[in-house]
Design a protein around this ligand. Structure first.
Ligand SMILES: Cc1cc2nc3c(=O)[nH]c(=O)nc-3n(C[C@H](O)[C@H](O)[C@H](O)COP(=O)(O)OP(=O)(O)OC[C@H]3O[C@@H](n4cnc5c(N)ncnc54)[C@H](O)[C@@H]3O)c2cc1C
Length: 399
């Protein structure tokens, strides 16, 4: 049986490794970090991502991982709520925050029970190995080399494999960075976890109770050239948050974590593959944080890749390389339309927030008439969320 090396144990690499190992394919999963306690960018799973985990047979595993459903989405303009839309907004499952470190650890642990699975962590991939025009394996930073019939680059948006294979990433102009804060959650968020987006004072930010018990997350959008100032964040937030939260922000003033600056990159490779190499997830198409798409789309990439790779690996004999390489183009062709559309919808969502932020009069007008316009805006917004929640093209695990 041909073998695969997967580089990167984020959501893409860890789920692909488990799915392939469960189907008897020899898999080596290489992760540069020693553990999963590193900087994570978001933990929101949409119904489409939860459905992908369900199709992968991971409902029981998910139950063992700290997670927390969202109760609603709220939009605040100045000090008035424009609308509240309750989850699950007509979907089968509510949008859910899932803690990534334990999820990834559980996925790798499950893969480790399968024969033919090898886990290498704390050592990154340094180079691709080539035989003429075909990738034939990887070399690691500790000097080891691993030969493979297929190398999968699941090494995230700064993908080294993408660079080594000279697969060009076309990026959208950089419009925001995010400052991420954590602080104690107010008690009324425990059971009513609304994702609040606030537009006020020329700022846009969101807050919600994360998967971890008792922690409120606050994502503060800034322009990429804006410095991370040292300021009295409690006072800044208290002046902007919905009135019901003002007292809380003062009460936890000294418990607000120092901000973590997360840069946002959005883009797409024209070509996701070379002979012997496939890019998936953020390595092929880094996603914006808007409406939590990246992990969800990565999980759907993995399902489609599994559908195409498993038969290719099972059929492959002397012509293994050619059969596998043919599958790679089909994977990109099946996934690309959804990625293009999701990135367009994310940009559209972001531009509406930006318009409200920049045009104070518009935002004030909507705020003043929120009892009248709120229900209408809510209806339109809810309808427009469906593709970003449910996925755009059908994705079914068939093997
Ligand atoms: C601010 C922000 C918030 C976000 N919030 C959400 C959200 O709520 N929901 C959502 O769905 N998406 C969200 N996203 C997007 C999401 O983070 C990514 O789309 C997702 O993590 C992609 O998963 P991945 O496995 O492809 O890559 P990654 O999660 O980046 O994983 C890549 C892995 O590869 C490893 N690696 C890198 N180089 C090497 C190497 N040379 N050798 C070995 N290993 C290597 C890394 O250590 C890492 O573990 C957010 C993004 C941003 C910027």
């Amino acid at each position: 049986m041909p073998n695969v090396v997967i580089v990167g144990a984020g959501p893409t690499g860890a789920t692909l490794a488990l799915l392939l190992a469960r189907r008897g394919i020899p898999v080596t999963l290489v992760e540069a970090a020693r553990d999963f306690q590193r900087q994570f960018r978001g933990e929101g799973l949409m119904p489409s991502g939860l459905d992908a985990l369900h199709q992968m047979g991971l409902d029981t595993l998910l139950e063992t991982v700290p997670h927390r459903p969202l109760s609603a989405w709220e939009f605040w303009l100045s000090d008035r709520r424009l609308f509240r839309a309750n989850e699950p907004l007509g979907s089968a499952r509510p949008c859910t925050l899932v803690s990534q470190p334990p999820l990834l650890a559980a996925l790798v642990q499950a893969a480790q029970t399968k024969p033919g699975f090898e886990w290498i962590s704390g050592t990154g991939v340094k180079e691709l190995l080539w035989d003429k025009q075909r990738v034939t394996g990887v070399s690691l930073t500790d000097g080891r080399t691993i030969e493979a019939d297929l190398v999968v680059g699941a090494d995230g948006r700064a993908s080294l494999l993408r660079q080594k294979a000279e697969l060009t990433l076309t990026t959208q102009p950089k419009s925001i960075d995010v400052l991420w804060f954590k602080l104690p959650a107010p008690p009324n968020y425990e059971n009513d976890n609304r994702f609040c987006t606030v537009v006020k004072g020329g700022r846009v930010f969101s807050l919600f109770h994360g998967a971890e018990a008792g922690r409120l997350h606050l994502a503060w959008a800034i322009s990429p050239d804006e410095p991370t100032e040292q300021k009295n964040w409690a006072a800044t937030f208290a002046a902007l948050v919905p009135p019901e939260l003002v007292e809380h922000f003062w009460a936890v003033e000294d418990k607000i974590s120092p901000p973590m600056r997360l840069s946002v990159m959005v883009g797409r490779c024209d070509r996701w593959h070379r002979p012997g190499l496939l890019l998936l997830g953020d390595a092929a198409h880094p996603m914006s944080p808007v409406r939590a798409q990246g992990i969800n789309l990565a999980l759907r990439d993995v399902i489609v890749a599994t559908n195409h790779l498993v038969p290719a690996f099972q059929q492959a004999d002397d012509s293994a390389s050619a059969v596998i390489d043919c599958a790679l183009a089909r994977i990109q062709a099946e996934r690309e339309p959804e990625i293009i559309q999701a990135q367009k919808l994310q940009a559209h969502e972001a531009s509406r927030g930006e318009m409200l932020r920049r045009f104070g009069l518009l935002s004030q007008g909507l705020s003043a008439f929120s009892p009248v316009v709120g229900p209408l805006v809510k209806r339109v917004w809810t309808q427009q969320q469906q593709p970003l929640r449910e996925g755009i093209t059908p994705v079914r695990l068939e093997v």
